[in-house]
Design a protein around this ligand. Sequence first.
Ligand code: SAH
Length: 222
Amino acid sequence: MISNDIQGIGMTSQRTRDRLVDRLREKGIKNERVLEVVRTTPRHIFVDEAMAHRAYEDTALPIGHGQTISQPYIVARMTEILLEDGIPDVVLEVGTGSGYQSAILSRLVPKVYTVERISALLQKAREAHRKMGLMNVFSKHSDGSWGWAPNAPYQAIMVTAAPESVPPSLLEQLAVGGRLVIPVGTKDGVQQLKLYVRTNEGIEETTKESVRFVPLLDGAVR
Ligand code: SAH
């Protein structure tokens, strides 16, 4: 029996979640706060019930509409990179998807804004956030390439879908000292995880590692 409850049993139990965190540690995740939040966040409520038994495997899983919930390793890695320099007041996430990454962020920072272009996915993500009782995630149905201007500038922006080049609006909405973590590359080719930091002099770019994300697409859809 697979329970969709937050607590989880069998393949969604705390023991299964602990094993996932052991794996992330083996793969090089070092930030203990991030590991603890992964350990205590129920990933199985962010996937369909039929997929729940695989929720604590370190793998991306389909969430419908041709999209995926990101692999736990990459969620932890991007979070670790984003928070390397301290805890920002606010994070903007582009690509809500299942809502799992924003749930992880919401337990580490005071406030999370997240934008998703597929309305049906956003509704489900909001429902999962409600189930978890998260009160500090604010979401919007829109094309996130344009960022979320009224709340800018941001100390931290995370993009969880890959554009071929960085959307200029996201760099513009970055505060001085602010960090943008984003996969960049083509749909079927190589993508690199990049970190952009705004300094007083301009933008510093660092390449982190090769990754594989769904593409960042234009426009918002039902
Ligand atoms: N962070 C998500 C990952 C989902 S996959 C999670 O934790 O599950 C990436 C998501 O980005 C998909 O849901 C896709 O619809 C969305 N996306 C792609 N292009 C977008 C855009 N321009 N604006 C907002 N969301 C976008």
